[in-house]
Write a protein that binds this ligand. Sequence first.
Ligand code: AMP
Length: 400
Amino acid sequence: MDLDKLKTTDTLDVKGKRVIVRADLNVPVKDGKVSDATRLERLVPGLAGLMQRGARVVVISHFGRPKGGPDPQYTLRPVADALSKLLPQPAAFAGDCVGEAAQNAVAALKPGQIAVLENLRFHAGEEKNDAEFAKQLAALGDVFVNDAFSAAHRAHASTDALARLLPAYAGPLLMEEITALRSVLDKPQRPTAAVIGGAKVSTKIPVLTNLAAKVDKLIIGGGMANTFFLAQGVNIGKSLAEPDFTKTALEIMHAAKARSCEIVLPADVVVAPKFEAGAPSKTVPALEVPSDQMILDVGPKAIAHYNDVLSRCKTLLWNGPLGAFEIDPFGEGTFQVARAAAAATKAGTLVSVAGGGDTVAALNAAGVTDQFSYVSTAGGAFLEWLEGRTLPGIAALTRG
Ligand code: AMP
């Protein structure tokens, strides 16, 4: 996959052209109303730009997980309504993404106008990457723009097959995401650090393996640090851990050591007898966890050490919280390290890129999301990129 082959529509003459934009309209909806429009707000400049340049814009997206057929619970109509309010002019809505309803909606578009088509997953062909379904979608446009990085890890009709049928371009949000990820993984400013936390080693083995081969400092926190301790024969009391993955943890440590990547584990930890808000907690050295206690956060010495390591790094990639940040007081490790990284970013000494579901929530809770260089909301696609995998939706845009 040659990322330099990605083309944008910046210099393309889109006037009068039907431009199909694969967006990610999969936003939270409660009682028929969009409850968080952040994703939509980010899409608007790109869509409005195409409209202002005279394109006839056709937006397609999945929404939720319907079972390959129409399901009113998963209609995109409320999302289209919310998007309409943010655009220079309201969007038309078609009750189907292919067939007559879609064809009529697209045919009615004048240059500068926009339509949103119903949920792609109302057709089984979408998730099957079905060529026939993709053909029906392709018939609705002259040009294809993929602006949904978060869906790029799936080879679906709207991310893969469709890109083979029309001239295919990368949208501005997708480019922004790729540029941010390349800045930390491809040719980063060194030294580079990765902070990897979260509950389990097992879900992040490929991420840890790939990063151990790339970064200079691998800072490990959260529940997954426990498995690394266990692997070294350290008593971790009642802490969450995965004994089946101690061998994997050792392999990752050896691979890191072989290329002088330093693995940084917490020197001290915050423990409590149970996983519960307000549980009586105390700080102990990581090597002295009492048998009746569990590790729920990294301690002040670990925080100071992590921050010191980061102060000497120029690039940071962050995925996963350093503790059980959702319950008080076990968010301090995550919050304090996130604030230090945000401050370094603000001071211009660190490029910081973070992502993955819980990470965004953790950075929001720390109040620093805006101060990182880039925060990705693309859960699965972000992780697969960190694993070093080729994302089908991106590869499809680099063919031509
Ligand atoms: P992940 O989805 O793998 O990034 O894991 C995120 C979850 O890990 C969060 O819900 C945290 O509460 C949890 N977590 C982080 N540290 C610990 C810990 N030491 N013990 C138990 N759970 C933890």
